[in-house]
Design a binder for this molecule. Sequence first.
Ligand code: KIV
Length: 264
Amino acid sequence: MRPITVNTLARRKEAGEPITCLTAYDAAFAGLLDRCGVDVILVGDSLGMVVQGHATTLPVTLEDMVYHVAGVARGSTQALIMADIPFLGDVDPATALAQAGALLRAGAHMVKIECGAIEVPVVERLVAAGIPVCAHLGLTPQAVHRFGGHRVQGRDPRAAAEMESLAARLEDVGAQALLLEGIPESLADAIVRSAGVPVIGIGASPRCDGQVLVLSDVLGLTPEPPRFARDFLADGGSLEGAVKAYCEAVRTRAFPQSGVHTFR
Ligand code: KIV
């Protein structure tokens, strides 16, 4: 098997073959995901909550991210490794460039940035430097305090229109993937329809070009999992069975289910 690249993801979108993505933070779980054929391993700053036990992702530092990306890179050979730029790591293009450089040197193949309008020039600068970027829109957890909690975004028509136009601008400046989190299904569908790059969803729409979940939610380890997650360990019976069941459900579009794992 050849390693997954940004070109593979683009081809998957073109062919209508859903992309599978899960988080991992160490070599052991990265190896498991790789063996099960997961396309993209996200070293998310959710590690602040899952691994470090914080209430939010905000305490995660670049050093933390580099440490976990390096472990994941040592454990996997096929998957594309996507890594989060941590909180305040994208305040300006120069800072973001230094952070993205450190993540790619540690073994990431793509960085993910939680985006508002201010991040458009940041994405443009990174792309100009040859760094693939996934732009994360919607319920961006680094803005949890501005949102007053982990709340669905883009429900009012003005916010929805702004998000659609932001997605288009980010694609125009070179983002090679979009990630939509916690937005109404109809808004996610509109963005997927107009996007020329792969759109990965979480709490978004079954019609996204791919799906992502946090691994601890998939393995039933989260005491109060978000509504958009599903415990696949119950179906799969083992770690490997759970990851394979997740991949199968994403590839056949059995997961997520409209109205069950999505929002109005
Ligand atoms: O940090 C993370 O794991 C994420 C996913 C929830 C998409 O950003």
